[in-house]
Design a protein around this ligand. Sequence first.
Ligand code: ADP
Ligand code: MG
Length: 263
Amino acid sequence: AGLVQAIRTAGQEADYVPVPTQPALSCSGLRKSFRGGLVLQDLDLDVAEHEVVVLIGASGSGKSTLLRCINLLEEIDDGTILLDGEHITDPRTNPDTVRRKIGMVFQSYNLFPHMTVLQNITLAPERVHRRRRAEVEAEARTWLERVGLGDKAREYPDRLSGGQQQRVAIVRALVNSPRLLLLDEVTSALDPELVGEVLTMIKDLKTEGMTMILATHEMAFARQVADRVCFLDGGRILEQGPPEQVFGAPQHPRTRQFLRRII
Ligand code: ADP
Ligand code: MG
């Protein structure tokens, strides 16, 4: 848009200098296979700062694998991933440094049962990222307050509802102030009445400008929160666009077939 703007205004505003906008995340030519089966095929995905990208697609289409590759939990066979222009798939990159900048939340909240909410949140920042306890605890408490869990810091996870546990897991992913948040089916394990509180938290994060990629089966939510929807099929992005376009006027027969089945 910067360039288009520059061309349109050329000659009118002589001192307008277009600033090339670098995507927050840039994946190109990603390929990943497991035991010979190709799971991601030459996949390209750029995500702009503050953008919310929603991945939809049938089970097995590669959504989780893509998110795990971005967070360096899986090693890609080919391609590159840049975070703020930094080549994070370079073999010399320290994965812990990257994971400090990319928060990830999974379907199962994976909180440690023998640790309090606060200990769960502060563990990695203290032990892995060597941050000062007082600073991390203060941030954790601020986040817990903001998401209405301020009184739960000293509780153990099994004293919380599933929705509260998942919100704690999201706070845990936020406490390092990541550049990018990856959310993989974060409401799929929740009882239906608890889904709303987690979706509300994600919408609030969008309002605050958090850059996010999320995989979900909640199509109504995808429509509300997505700046862009990507339909994955067989490890490729078969179709993508604004939610009104992908849900309202899907171009590809396979997208139409998927949406007919799921909605
Ligand atoms: P989605 O999240 O869209 O359901 P996944 O990324 O989980 O899809 O899976 C894509 C494909 O990769 C599936 O065929 C799945 O069986 C396969 N797969 C994922 N992880 C592994 C693994 N660790 N080992 C072998 N196959 C895997
Ligand atoms: Mg998955």
